[in-house]
Design a binder for this molecule. Sequence first.
Ligand code: G3P
Length: 213
Amino acid sequence: MKLFIDTANIEEIKTVSTWGIIEGVTTNPSLIAKEGRKLVDVIKEITSLIHGPISAEVKEGLSEDMLEEAFTYARMHPNITIKVPMTLEGIKATSRLSALNIKTNVTLVFSVPQAMMAAKAGATFVSPFMGRLDDDLKDPEAGYRLLEDIRVAFDNYGIETQIIAASIRHPLHVEQAALAGSDIATIPFRVFQEMVVHPLTTKGLEIFRNAQK
Ligand code: G3P
């Protein structure tokens, strides 16, 4: 499973780029707004730091408008992936972008039928949201089951659209994404910091530190 970072914060991206394990970046309108910068400026800077797919999300609307915005981003760098919202207009835009060999990531996916439509449109990636689904259904395994089901559906037909486990809130989501066979997990910086921690690792470090005194 590839690890992407889900952020638009350049300092976080600079830090993770030194770890040598991050293979892509996803952004969304909320993450861009948090930085108080223009999407094009953020995306441009990210392309110089991470050499893998970088998702830039277009505004929801008519497919022609989404396409116009998508072309602006796609022209900036071959790694730019157009993040398209899961609507019928989004599906139309995705089909057109796929035909032009522009990478796409269909986002806000909460069901197998939605994932199938995105795949049929030729999406490079599909982003099921684990955390938001768990919250909505008040079930900590709802996101996990959705990933498993999309994996089965895609494998039934040899669909090549890659599954990005998104809306990850804690290390257990990363574990569930890996067990469900996701191709990618896109993870916030804070969760990466939590992923290295285990109480027995902390205890073991202390024991070794004391022995080395
Ligand atoms: O980038 C899409 C997704 O990861 C958003 O996560 O935490 O806003 O549900 P969240």
